[in-house]
Design a protein around this ligand. Structure first.
Ligand SMILES: NC(=O)c1ccc[n+]([C@@H]2O[C@H](COP(=O)([O-])OP(=O)(O)OC[C@H]3O[C@@H](n4cnc5c(N)ncnc54)[C@H](OP(=O)(O)O)[C@@H]3O)[C@@H](O)[C@H]2O)c1
Length: 248
């Protein structure tokens, strides 16, 4: 069994969806977990439903907030072993010529610069523990999809794939590992607008060669592998967990 016993993990966007499932599997496997997200009441409800988990509310767009989350984590637990860069937003579907620059910037600020902010704040502590960073990208960062029309999102997710490789090379000397997961469509609040009717769901299920969309806990299991010492010789890896969507 993969164990995180004695490890301290920080999961961004941990209030719901993939982040919450990740915090759950981490805590069930022995880690002390800090979850962070913007909406404090949702975050606190989520944290209190899990064992060994605390919530620290913060807006990933604010550098001071991000530093405070890392500082409070160290103050409380004295170390940091795992960072999961998971928080993200999905924009309104529009073609490139229809989006305002502010909409573009908003997506990059959360999905890309936010991951930079957390990694920058956490890295000194991860260097001390030879820790593990797991970036949650997307199939949308691997290839273009007809009619997807969420360019800022795709750009942010593709950037996270190359940053995974850059950071893996940069910090390998400290035995810090950096890996990346690219989910296909997963049943969370983020994808609710695309799963309103039975027809929507059938369409999305059929987009995946395995014949269905994913569940958040199926992504969390892959995150657990990268977080655990069972993957000590794996860094810079990009793993599609997507029912085969990206191989079509
Ligand atoms: N679901 C999918 O099909 C899918 C597929 C591929 C990749 N992904 C990626 O997987 C990750 C998780 O997605 P999900 O589906 O679990 O999404 P979700 O259910 O919508 O949850 C998003 C999380 O990000 C947090 N967040 C958003 N903006 C934030 C901000 N400004 N500051 C701090 N936290 C913020 C949210 O916090 P609040 O609760 O406070 O809003 C929430 O915890 C995302 O990076 C997403 O792009 C998802």
């Amino acid at each position: 069994m993969l164990s995180l016993s004695g490890k301290v993990a920080l999961v961004t966007g941990g209030s719901r969806g993939i982040g919450f499932s990740t915090a759950k599997i981490f805590s069930e496997n022995g880690a002390q977990v800090v979850i962070t997200s913007k909406d404090s009441s949702r975050l606190n409800n989520s944290a209190s439903s899990l064992v060994n988990t605390v919530g620290i509310a913060a807006d990933i767009r604010n550098e001071e907030d991000v530093k405070r989350v890392v500082d409070e984590t160290i103050k409380k637990f004295g170390r940091l072993d795992i960072l999961v860069n998971n928080a993200g937003i999905f924009p309104k579907i529009k073609q490139l010529h229809e989006i305002d620059e502010s909409e573009w910037q908003e997506v990059l600020d959360v999905n890309l610069t936010g991951q930079f902010r957390f990694t920058k704040a956490a890295i000194p502590y991860l260097q001390k523990t030879s820790g593990s960073i797991i970036n949650i990208s997307s199939d949308a960062g691997l290839k273009a999809y007809q009619g997807f029309n969420a360019d800022a999102y795709s750009a942010s997710k593709a950037a996270l794939i190359i940053l995974t490789k850059c950071w893996a090379l940069e910090y390998a000397k400290d035995k810090v590992r950096v890996n990346c997961i690219c989910p296909g469509v997963v049943d969370t609040d983020m994808t609710k607008p695309f799963l309103k009717t039975d027809d929507d769901r059938r369409f999305m299920d059929n987009e995946h060669p395995i014949g269905r969309i994913g569940r958040p806990e199926e992504i969390a299991k892959a995150v657990l592998y990268f977080a655990s010492d069972d993957s000590l010789w794996t860094t810079g890896a990009v793993l599609a967990v997507d029912g085969g969507e990206s191989i079509k």
